[in-house]
Design a protein around this ligand. Structure first.
Ligand SMILES: Nc1ncnc2c1ncn2[C@@H]1O[C@H](COP(=O)(O)OP(=O)(O)O)[C@@H](O)[C@H]1O
Ligand SMILES: [Mg+2]
Length: 247
């Protein structure tokens, strides 16, 4: 066993939203650690608090109880990608990617964006408009935009949820490649068991509301992951374990 210390620790997180009925408990007693360069997938039924969990980690939401602790002395840089790419329609691909840096007045924005455009495979589309992109391409732009700050932690909320199955598999393979190249720590919400297993080192299964961690599954499949792996007995067994935990 290595003794790497976690970059993120959640301890006994509870999130209750006010309602007319004593409060809606979205998360209850969620505790886990995330280690540097780890790829963690979060899976669970709709309404189990997955988005709430990411928002809590991002600091967009204060937990009702419990603690989110980072190993960094200051809050780490966080990049987020949502189900919809949320691109600015009046800005080109490259202008969308540089946006977060322009807000900081960073003069190297364009050079950094160009590098990311290559990383996500969008060469030649720098000056296209969002409306000219397919769903998969738009999500690549969103991923590049999230990476431009060189975040320590990448939070992905069903980033491929709006894509068709084949595009989704291709994007998964791309994300795996990007993650390997950039060595980021990733927490990704998905509702696809196959996607979680293909990408992650660990899969956290949330129970139905209020979300608790029902299973923390170590994936342990060799890397780099190959497409054929999806059809192996080992993959099938892990998928079965996840499916049983979700149901
Ligand atoms: N801002 C909010 N105010 C009130 N209720 C919320 C809010 N955000 C989420 N919820 C409720 O909390 C529960 C968990 O939501 P969410 O985290 O979006 O689940 P998931 O992403 O797993 O589908 C749901 O019942 C949802 O309606
Ligand atoms: Mg959600």
């Amino acid at each position: 066993m290595t003794s790497v210390s976690p970059i993120l620790t959640l301890r006994d997180i509870r999130v209750t939203f006010p309602d007319n009925n004593g409060g809606l408990r979205a998360l209850d007693g969620v505790s886990f650690e995330t280690f540097p360069r780890e790829f963690v997938a979060v899976i669970g039924p709709s309404g189990s608090g997955k988005t709430t969990l990411l928002r809590t980690v991002a600091g967009l939401l204060a937990p009702t109880n419990g603690e989110v602790r980072f190993a960094h002395p200051s809050r780490p840089r966080i990049g987020m990608v949502f189900q919809q790419s949320n691109l600015m329609p009046w800005r080109t691909v490259i202008q969308n990617i540089t946006l977060p840096l322009e807000m900081d007045g960073n003069s190297q924005a364009r050079a950094k964006a160009q590098e990311l455009i290559e990383l996500v495979g969008l060469q030649g589309f720098e000056d296209n408009w969002p409306r000219e992109l397919s769903g998969g391409m738009a999500q690549r732009v969103a991923i590049a935009r999230a990476l431009i700050h060189d975040p320590d932690l990448l939070l992905l909320d069903e980033p491929f949820g709006s894509l068709d199955a084949l595009t989704r598999e291709r994007m998964g393979a791309e994300l795996s490649r990007i993650w390997q190249a950039r060595q980021k720590t990733v927490i990704m919400v998905t509702h696809s068991i196959g996607e979680a297993l293909f990408l992650a080192d660990r899969v956290l299964v949330l129970s139905a509301r209020p979300g608790k961690i029902k299973l923390d599954l170590k994936v342990g499949l060799p890397r780099p992951r190959q497409d054929e792996m999806r059809y192996t007995t080992r993959f099938g067994k892990l998928a079965r374990q996840l499916k049983d935990a979700i149901e």
